[in-house]
Design a protein around this ligand. Structure first.
Ligand SMILES: Nc1ncnc2c1ncn2[C@@H]1O[C@H](COP(=O)(O)OP(=O)(O)OP(=O)(O)O)[C@@H](O)[C@H]1O
Ligand SMILES: [Mg+2]
Length: 508
């Protein structure tokens, strides 16, 4: 596959279980591989015993029988920096094969609250070892939210190691009410393994963990009521890599993922996912509750099980009374909202920026149009310009707002672009929008009574592919010129490492 033009952001989403990498503007990751490394078990048989032969990703997975396999990232934390370097090398030079990395900005996805030292160290490695052109590090929940075209929402994100409950309002994470659960796909794997052992099923293979993970991904699902699961007596026959088959009782497949709703099954004295959502909301002003509950975003590979959304809805409805009455916000007209959005974009115009041609830091306060250093044009496109110029009006069919470019349904009527194809979209006139569409609640400011039932409020946003949702958010965001202006260069990083903490909400 051809390498995109220089300047196209490279996306690195290095997760505890899987690494997803590619380029902004592309529909999905170019490569996805297990985040593992392998070194030879038997050094004595090697010709050069001092050489450290290290295999990464699928190369390591294929040879796992003769390798000592390591997982350098555990529950989102980098545990082995040498292996992390190897993974980056593998991404840039073996897979993406970018001839000159210094021509490419990098969008690196990071877990929320990444330690300052770790964050700056990752930046140093990317700048100093790989000499990337520029860099931005974005917390994954922001990207999950962006993958469904929202700028506010309650993000439920669960990967292999951690589950995050992360409220975001106008592009900003509400730090004090983020909930972090040490619970992820790896715990489901462990519980599935325990259940199999309880049934006397032992899988004899060096790839036992892979076999269990694969079994989980293909077969596990949620039942609506775990106390009364649908009766399925039959056993399930699963083929093993050595050609044998094992027979597994059916209940195991809906019992294993129950750890998300009952973490005590794996011995963790922590909240389950719906309880953590309630705790998160309790830490936020109630004015925002309905806005958040009507934009619940589900993301991360570990929530891909069929039935998760329905089950979460049921469990949440049971717990919502803990919040008391949920206030109904007073509705503003979408027109007023659009004005407010435009104003905030104008208000956030930068006073300084780098020349897009030569990179020199410029003083923009006098609104100059040409770079005094290289003479290049420096008026960079603003997001607000796109709203009314190059965008097409979104048609409304059967009360649904459709993207004029790709035809998919756009659920957020305030969205300035399509969450699926990323192209600009102009909102239709107010009268064109059916009641159903304009009933979307705006950000709460004043009360207009209370909701009678949770049915009225709860609304879920589920990306097409949960495991790639973070990547999809990055690929859309990475193509926006207003976002690209937020990347920082090595020089900027050296002069002020705090620039890594840029508030990206200014572009929303
Ligand atoms: N179809 C599926 N059904 C159930 N689980 C799945 C499915 N696909 C992937 N998973 C699980 O999701 C987890 C990986 O998800 P994801 O790629 O989002 O996590 P990660 O980025 O590697 O980890 P983290 O973000 O926690 O560091 C693994 O535990 C994997 O087994
Ligand atoms: Mg992840």
């Amino acid at each position: 596959m051809a390498i995109p033009l220089s300047g196209t952001p490279v996306i690195l989403d290095i997760g505890s279980a899987y690494t997803k990498i590619g380029f902004a503007g592309e529909p999905g990751p170019r490569f996805i591989f297990p985040t593992i490394t392998g070194t030879e078990k038997y050094k004595a048989v090697m010709v050069d015993v001092s050489a450290r032969n290290i295999y990464v990703g699928n190369d390591a997975a294929k040879m796992r029988g003769v390798l000592k396999i390591k997982r350098p990232i555990e529950r989102g934390a980098i545990m082995d920096w040498n292996d992390f370097y190897e993974i980056l090398n593998y991404c840039f030079y073996s897979l993406l094969r970018i001839p000159d990395v210094s021509q490419y900005p990098v969008l690196y996805t990071e877990p929320p609250f990444l330690q300052k030292e770790t964050k700056e160290y990752v930046a140093r490695v990317l700048f100093e070892t790989h000499r990337v052109k520029s860099l931005i590090m974005v917390p994954t929940p922001i990207l999950s939210m962006f993958s469904v075209g929202l700028t506010s929402g309650l993000i439920i994100e669960s990967g292999d190691g951690i589950t995050w409950i992360c409220p975001i309002i106008n592009g900003q994470i509400v730090d004090q009410s983020v909930q972090k659960l040490t619970l992820g796909g790896t715990d489901v794997n462990q519980y599935l393994k325990n259940l199999l052992m309880r049934e006397g099923i032992h899988i004899e293979s060096s790839a036992v963990d892979e076999i269990i993970k694969d079994m989980k991904e293909k077969n596990c699902y949620f039942v609506l009521d775990p106390k009364n699961p649908p009766k399925k007596d039959e056993r399930f026959s699963i083929a093993m890599p050595d050609g044998s088959t094992i027979s597994i009782p059916h209940y195991i497949f809906h019992e294993a993922p129950e750890v998300l709703f009952q973490p005590n099954l794996v011995g963790y004295p922590i909240s389950n996912v719906p309880q953590a959502i309630i705790t998160s909301l309790q830490g936020i002003d109630k004015y925002y509750w309905s806005e958040l509950l009507s934009h619940v975003v589900i993301s991360g590979g570990n929530l891909s099980y069929s039935g998760f959304e329905e089950r979460l809805r049921i469990e949440l409805k049971k717990l919502l009374p803990q919040l008391g009455k949920i206030p109904k916000p007073k509705r503003q007209s979408p027109k007023t909202k659009e004005k407010a959005k435009l104003k905030s974009i104008e208000g956030s115009k930068k006073k300084q920026d780098n020349c897009p041609h030569c990179g020199v830091l410029l003083d923009l306060s006098d609104e100059k149009e040409l770079c005094p250093n290289c003479g290049g044009r420096i008026v960079l496109p603003e997001l607000s310009i796109n709203i009314n110029t190059s965008s097409k009006k979104a048609p409304v069919i059967d009360g649904k707002l459709l993207c004029p470019h790709c035809g998919k349904e756009i659920t957020d009527i305030d969205s300035l672009f399509c969450p699926y194809c990323g192209k600009n979209v102009e909102s239709p006139d107010l009268e064109e929008i059916s009641k159903k569409v304009i009933d979307e609640p705006p950000p709460a400011k004043e009360f207009a009574g209370f909701y009678e039932s949770s049915e009225e409020i709860l609304k879920f946003f589920v990306p097409d592919n949960l495991q790639y949702a973070i990547f999809s958010g990055a690929t859309i965001l990475g193509t926006l010129p207003s976002f690209q202006r937020l990347f920082i260069t090595h020089e900027q990083f050296l002069s002020n490492s705090d620039l890594l903490y840029k508030d990206i909400s200014e572009i929303f």
